[in-house]
Design a protein around this ligand. Structure first.
Ligand code: GRF
Length: 244
């Protein structure tokens, strides 16, 4: 019989079973369910990877700045609470960010997870969620910030490429690194083949990082160092099987 999660006492607000991040197992004793808001702009494959990861999390909001984002439809089909906040309807970045923050706060989210969210966020917004705002970027930061990271990697001729999960800081694609995964750049690679290889790793490390965050195993020090309780397990996740 499929496990039907009972709303844990720690969960605030309404408790719709479908919002629980598809846990197939009951959470371990003492595990607190975290409320997470997932922000997307497009197809939402990283969001899907998170939803399938049986995290000790309740997805309390899926928000897109693009009302036509495919991921919004797939989240809605799963019965998740979705919202489009169209950035084009806002005269300034600050006004959009204020609407976004209002929606996040109304959802009661403890963690804000950028999963292919393609808007640059204002410093005020980022500061507001310091230590609770994470992103996945398709390169081994600090290399290849911004857009077209796979094109940048091919142009630079690197032999190793990859992806990074990091806390967000006001500087674009910058911030304390939680986990990275590396993949080889192979002869004959083009942007599409390299992107596909990196995406496999994105789908592996983002759920892992979120699990650590949900389990309160990630400590962000004042100097920007990130410490993960159970560091041996963390080290095991650093290399793609493709590199072994
Ligand atoms: C991913 O490669 C993510 O790292 C980048 O944009 C892409 C979004 O993909 N920021 P998806 O929407 O998660 O499928």
């Amino acid at each position: 019989m499929a496990y039907r999660p009972r709303p844990p006492p720690q969960t605030r607000g309404s408790t719709d079973d479908r919002r629980l991040a598809f846990r197939r197992q009951p959470p371990g004793k003492g595990i607190v369910i975290k409320r997470i808001a997932i922000l997307i702009s497009g197809r939402g494959s990283n969001m899907e990877a998170l939803l399938q990861a049986a995290l000790p999390a309740e997805v309390c909001a899926v928000i897109s700045n693009d009302p036509s984002a495919k991921g919004l439809a797939s989240a809605a089909a799963r019965g998740l609470p979705v919202q489009a906040i169209d950035h084009k309807a806002h005269a300034s970045r600050e006004s959009f960010d204020a609407a976004l923050a209002a929606a996040i706060n109304a959802s009661g989210a403890e963690l804000v997870v950028l999963a292919g969210f393609m808007r640059v966020l204002s410093a005020g917004f980022v500061e507001r969620y310091r230590g609770r705002l994470v992103n996945i970027h398709p390169s081994l930061l600090p290399s290849f910030k911004g857009l077209h990271t796979h094109r940048q990697a091919l142009a630079a001729g690197v032999r190793i490429h990859g992806c990074t999960v990091h806390f967000v800081t006001p500087e674009l694609d910058h911030g304390p690194i939680i986990i990275q995964a590396a993949v080889p750049v192979l002869p004959g690679d083009d942007e599409a083949s390299l992107a596909a290889r990196v995406l496999v790793e994105e789908h592996r490390i983002y759920p892992l990082a979120l699990r650590w965050l949900c389990e309160d195993r990630v400590r962000l020090h004042a100097d920007g160092r990130v410490e993960i309780a159970g560091a041996a397990a963390a080290a095991g996740a650093l290399h793609s099987p493709a590199l072994q």
